[in-house]
Design a protein around this ligand. Sequence first.
Ligand code: ADP
Length: 517
Amino acid sequence: MPEKRYVAAIDQGTTSSRCIIWDRGGLPVCSDQREHAQIFPKPGWVEHDAAEIWSSVREVIKGALAAGGVSPDEIAAVGVTNQRETVVIWDRATGKPIHNAIVWQCMRTQDFCGEWLKTPGWEQDRLGRGRVKDITGLLINPYFSGTKIKWILDSTPGARERASRGELLFGNIDSWLIWNLTGGPNGGVHVTDVSNASRTLLMDIKTLEWSGEMTRFLDIPRAMLPRIMPSSAVYGNTSPDGPFGAEIPIAGDLGDQQAALFGQSCFGRGEAKNTYGTGCFMLMNVGDSPVFSGSGLLSTAAYKLGNEKCVYALEGSVAIAGAAIQWLRDNLRIVDESQDSEYLANKVDDSGGVYFVPAFSGLYAPYWDTSARGAIVGLTRYIRKEHIVRATLESICYETRDMVEAMNADSGAPLSVLKVDGGAVKNSLLMQMQSDILGARVARPAVNETTALGAAYAAGLSVGFWESPAKLPSGGGGDVTFSPGISDEKREEGYRGWKKAIEKSRGWVNDEERGAH
Ligand code: ADP
């Protein structure tokens, strides 16, 4: 038998699928990537073709193996990470989906969620506290899988009955891929992990089992739900007839954001990662019992390694982060490329007292104010475009500070270092500002593929390719740490200005106007 030198990670994202093969030192050896179609049947509706996704995953597995000249016999384990919440329902006998996958972004169940919120016993306060939060850690919201599953069952004749008989299966993309990789209709295993299950609205976050109260309310037959497993465990072997052409243990499964937390080695309570892309996604490890937020953050299962206790996280997101830079580029046209924001902002020492609140569609955590709209405040004749660019970068850092403040208050475990990833972290000025504004260290890894690395870690740990979380490789160095370089006074003065700017952005539209802007 050839030596087991690698772990393969499949990263199935919202716009593309990737396979990255990692070596024992935690470095990527080879990879392949393929995009898939975004289907928009109506405004606000988003679908994917699950069969196309499975086909793209087969292609990228073969492509990655070929690119690196890697033999399947050299792969110790396979890990899966995926776009979360997206719903696939398929026929167990044929392996065919009965409907396009309904993507996490899809808002088709908004009306149902509105009705649900008015149902006695299910009311929620402004911060999302209520029965659903108590059971699942989440909110009544179309993003999560539960109402999407109900929608397919309600709108497909006979589906609910067939699901009750176990003829139809539900899965998020992780379950769909693992079932197919392990043989599909010929003995495929139907599983998910705690991190994915905790995004469905159906899992009891304390017991890590499907909640009878939730499945009854949404009328979702238990027979169609996958078995909830640890995030690091052997679920089954890849089928020799599949894209690997060999039997390899599938041994890791994590939703993408939790995988990034894991890939960033946030194994201790109070450790957090923030991903800077279109929006920001921040997760903080809160230890082995869930923390229920007083600021409207979500509680979620982060990961569970084999028989060890589940580790939980608080999760917060901001809708507009890198997207504010795109807005400068596409709408104001004051930067040609996103990366020029660094050079332009560096031409001035500060933002000249300008604050930009990019509340284009209201304010999310911790404000939860749909009446807010974007605002640029503090303008004088002195202000040039460079100040506005700088203020835009600062806004991303202040939004992150707001989330950190909320998480610190909820968890009682103050953040010491923020680990960062995503497309915008290449901007070193942004990272330095982030450290200044947080008053905490900001650590940027050399390997930015933290999501795929997290899935690889989970898989490698479960088969003994790596011994323990403490002994995981850190990716060969090259990480950069940014440390605060301004005084506490200056930091707090800046943050007070941000809070003032936030107040200016609030109460801009009323209920009737909300839909129109
Ligand atoms: P997503 O996965 O959400 O599509 P990415 O992780 O690819 O996003 O990051 C792209 C986002 O990062 C864009 O919104 C872009 O404006 C922003 N971005 C990319 N490079 C920079 C940079 N050097 N400085 C600031 N923002 C950047």
